[in-house]
Structures are given as C-alpha cells and as structure tokens.
Design a protein around this ligand. Sequence first.
Ligand SMILES: [Zn+2]
Length: 314
Amino acid sequence: MKDIVLGIDIGGTNTVFGLVDKSGNIISQNKISTRGNEPPNTLINRIREKVDSLLNETPNLELLGVGVGAPNANHFTGIIQNPPNLSWGDVNIVSIISEKFLSNVKLTNDANAAALGEKHYGVAKDMNDFVLITLGTGLGSGIFSGGKILYGENSMAGELGHLSIDQNGRLCSCGLKGCLEMYVSAKGIKETVIDFKKQYPNDSFLSGLNSDELDGKMIDNAIDNGSEMAKRLYEFTAEKLAFALAQVASILNPEAFIFYGGYSQAGDRLLDPTRLMLDSFLMDNLKGKIKILESGLSMDQTGVLGAASLIWNS
Ligand SMILES: [Zn+2]
C-alpha cells in the first residue's frame, strides 16, 4: 500500500482537489464548481464521490489524511468564517470532512496554503522567511517566519490586504480606509481605472476600458503595444504595493516576496516598477536585500499541494 493525501483548495468559484504523494507528485487532480449557494455538505459529498472513483482507479492507495485550504479559514478552530462568494455563514468544515472521509483533516486559509505549496514544492524551498502574496479579486498573503507559517493568536496573521496605506484612502469592506487591497488587486485596479478616467477624460486607452469587464490581460496587452497610460496604471499600482511591502519588510525582514494569482501574470510589467520603488521606500540597511519573485507553481496546483502538505509535514 502507498500512502496518499487528499489536498482540497476551496475557492469562491471552483474547488480543485488532488491526490498527492509524499514527494509532491499529484497523482490525479480534479476541478469542480464550488456552487457557493448550496450547503457545504453538498460540495463535500461531490468531492467524496470523485475521490472514491479516483481511489478505485488506482488500487493500493491508502488515504492518510485530508488537507484543506479555503478563504477565511481558521487553522485552530476548523471553521470557515463567512467566506466571500459562498453563502455558508460560519461552518466547521473540518468536522464535516472528518465525518465524510473518516480521516485526519487539517485546515488553513487559502493564502497560507499557497505559501505552504511554495515552501515545500516551489521557489521558496530553501527559504525560511518569505511572504507569499496572492493577487486575485482581492489581495491575500501567507507569511513564513523562521521556517514556520505565522498564524498569530486567532489565525488572522498575514492579512496584508488590509494593511492601510492611507488613513483617508478608499473605503474597504473590512471597515478600514486605504487598505492595500483597495489599490492592488482586481478590485483595486478597477477603482484606479475609474479615478484615472476622471483625471484623463480624453485618453484613448482609458476610454476603451470597461471597468466592469477589466482583466489584467487587457492592461498587459496595452503595455506591450506601447500605451503610456497603461504603464502609468501599473506604476501607480506598483507604488502602492511597494510602499506596503516596505512596511512589512521592516517588521519581518523577509528574503523574498513571492507573487501568485491572476494579476501576478502581469509579471515584470508590474513587478519591475515594484522592485524599483521598493528600494526607495526601504530603510538603508534593507535596500537591495529583498527579492520580488513570481510563483514557481501552476495556479491550479499550488493550493492543492500546500493543503496536502498540512498532512505530510505535520
Ligand atoms: Zn480592508
């Protein structure tokens, strides 16, 4: 018999899960729609069915445990707290999954799962101190400090998206003003496009953008085609990001910030100006010492691998 771990990455739209061996090979992987308007039991039942057939297809596998990454997940209590895009309220996902799989279950939030994936199988393999940042609809982060993920007292550490960079800035749904996520994320860049349109009403690139259908590729393509305004949009975003990273760096002294998720595919278009500006915001002793990297794992794999590593590395 070969030991195997089930890694589940629950997202607002899709849930990805896979059977992962000890070396981080995904033996089989599946993606289903989360259907956030249905109760969580239904999702876990659908996963159970698929996993049963995967286990039947590949005999001699023994399920050692289940690792789960999910939005707003509390590592200590096993509860997912009122997750965005899912009408679940507060739900003890660990007890639901334990019941269905009769197995050892561990939970962490989605950004921490991505950080664990990078640590065990990605670009952060040899790092003890780094910050993983997910750039999607919002901005999430997972922190490794001294070789361990940083959870804090209530599993709330690493909420870098809600670090305020302007006390009179844009209003965030968390109750604060000027949160980083309101500038650096799909949501934030959309707000910037709206502001820029007011400032530059005659710009052809901006007037061609529908802020409701904005996606990073439109900006990437415009930059590649020489649009100065598209470049300016990312420079504005990079400046906000770099300022926040410098604050975090002065507390954590990380070896690297690693970027993952939709907008990280902008790559150097966004990260080069961030690198330049980061140094200007860092105190002298930290200048030139902090790397800004892109994730080394594919988008569908990081969360599954990280979730599975909760069991493999516990
Ligand atoms: Zn906030």
